[in-house]
Design a protein around this ligand. Sequence first.
Ligand SMILES: C[C@](O)(CO)[C@H](O)COP(=O)(O)OP(=O)(O)OC[C@H]1O[C@@H](n2ccc(N)nc2=O)[C@H](O)[C@@H]1O
Ligand SMILES: Nc1ncnc2c1ncn2[C@@H]1O[C@H](COP(=O)(O)OP(=O)(O)OP(=O)(O)O)[C@@H](O)[C@H]1O
Length: 282
Amino acid sequence: MTLTLPAPAKLNLFLYITGRRDDGYHNLQTLFQFLDYGDSLAFAPAPDGELRLEPNLPGVPPEQNLIIRAARLLQSKTGCTRGARIRLTKRLPMGGGLGGGSSDAATTLVALNHLWQLGLSQKQLAELGLQLGADVPVFVRGHAAFAEGVGERLTPATPPEPWYLVLAPGIEVATAAIFTDPELPRNSPVLSLEQRLSLPWENDCEALVKKRHPEVAKLLGWLLEYAPSRMTGTGACVFATFDSREAAEQALNKAPAGVSGFVAKGCNTSPLFGALRQITDN
Ligand SMILES: C[C@](O)(CO)[C@H](O)COP(=O)(O)OP(=O)(O)OC[C@H]1O[C@@H](n2ccc(N)nc2=O)[C@H](O)[C@@H]1O
Ligand SMILES: Nc1ncnc2c1ncn2[C@@H]1O[C@H](COP(=O)(O)OP(=O)(O)OP(=O)(O)O)[C@@H](O)[C@H]1O
């Protein structure tokens, strides 16, 4: 039996940094929404605890891949001796602020919990996920959310679900480099979700990333000619909001040379859980 499940992208519809903790991590207020576009993972059972991932990602040794790390974490926390062969179809640009690695990790936790019949709750999986990255819990929970803390305190939210054009400038931005930059603003006020929703939506990392990476500034400048646009996470991807798929595709067709992108619908429920429900119902 092979279990094939999506690992969708996320957007940070807004992102405010409200402080730095003693351990160097930052407290945030961010609004996460999923996209109906992302990576795909296929899981097949394997004997003797064997974990194999194919293909490998360029520049990422298998033991550092968040997919293998998530599977090992599940094995070690539960004492499970079963294994898996995992096939990854990578569509999301790495270092793009779309949460690809985190989403791959979350899909792995959810899929192997099912395949290995571990019976862990969503809460337990989200807690395990947080050990792998600040963005993993929201993907495990599967609902658009206002996130606080380092990203783990989640309040479900239901922002509008428009069409987005997401563009990648062809560079990777290292999240850690932005969070350790002395020029990063870290003093946005802590507001309620209602207050945040009613104010213009911004990203506190955007000005700094534009300064450090002129490619991002140039692409955002181009995109803003078409529609309201922002950066997601710590970049490098930028996104614009449209009322229709056609309007987003028209802008994509005119994208500058060297820029790749895709059109996707915002989803307040993760496509991961729709796919899992279809499998468990059959
Ligand atoms: C920027 C966001 O993508 C917004 O959704 C996330 O907060 C980043 O989440 P992530 O990629 O899962 O981040 P992690 O892998 O946990 O951390 C990468 C690095 O980013 C910094 N980091 C991350 C999250 C956070 N709240 N504060 C931080 O300072 C830390 O230096 C850390 O070493
Ligand atoms: N399965 C994976 N997919 C992508 N990157 C991975 C994976 N496993 C480990 N990584 C490492 O994580 C780094 C960040 O990749 P990712 O695509 O998650 O970035 P991101 O979208 O900017 O993340 P975020 O928005 O959560 O900061 C990569 O450069 C790579 O070294």
